[in-house]
Ligand binder design. Structure first.
Ligand code: GDP
Length: 190
């Protein structure tokens, strides 16, 4: 995959607006503020392709990006407490609507903050991926905030918490320092 030639395609506010998938999709899911936009920008070597927010709870659309051999899908960040009930319902509609469609799901990248255990919604998300059998990997974000030994401990704890089999890759990344980005690219490419 050429990560240096990625274009923003479109943003959708409801799953019903989504066009049918054209080809393999690599989708990114995670709670709001987990570092999803920063990671996409790092992957694609761009400063502002995805919007990094100082305040959580902003991304509430499904954003599509086009690379040479796949489409990348930025799903709305979940779990931000300070949003209205109707906003939460809209989020659920979008994410469930997306995954319930007949699409070419090549890989789901599930993002979890390396500093904390998986939240209830993270557990729900990964549980859904495990039950449906969709191909997925876990990315632990903000690895620069922990020491090397803390990173290993956090990864082991997460594997245990989520009852991940050895076949599920877990990669610790830092969008700030660039750690783990090459590993992630190789996982996506394969
Ligand atoms: P999103 O809501 O998941 O898209 O998260 P953002 O990418 O907007 O990031 C949320 C906050 O976390 C911002 O303040 C980022 O600067 C910070 N952040 C994101 N990635 C990293 C990282 O790898 N290391 C550190 N230290 N901070 C990060």
């Amino acid at each position: 995959m050429n990560y240096n030639n990625v274009k923003f395609m479109a943003a959708y506010g409801t799953s019903k607006q989504l066009p049918p998938s054209r080809r393999a999709e690599v989708s990114f899911a995670g709670r709001s503020n987990v570092g999803k936009s920063s990671l996409l920008n790092k992957l694609f070597n761009r400063k502002k392709l995805a919007k990094v927010s100082s305040k959580p709870g902003k991304t509430s659309t499904i954003n599509f990006f086009e690379a040479d051999s796949a489409d990348f899908v930025d799903l709305p960040g979940y779990g931000y407490a300070q949003v209205s009930k109707s906003e939460k319902a809209r989020w659920a509609e979008m994410i469930e609507g997306y995954f319930n469609q007949d699409r070419d799901f090549a890989l789901v990248v599930s993002l979890i903050d390396i500093r904390h255990p998986a939240t209830a919604l993270d557990v729900q998300m990964v549980g859904f991926l495990q039950t449906t059998g969709l191909p997925f990997i876990i990315v632990q974000t903000k690895a620069d905030k922990l020491s090397k030994s803390q990173v290993s401990r956090s990864t082991a704890a997460l594997r245990k918490q989520l009852e991940l089999g050895p076949e599920v890759p877990v990669v610790a990344v830092s969008s700030e320092k660039g750690t783990g980005i090459d590993v992630l690219k190789r996982l996506i490419d394969s």
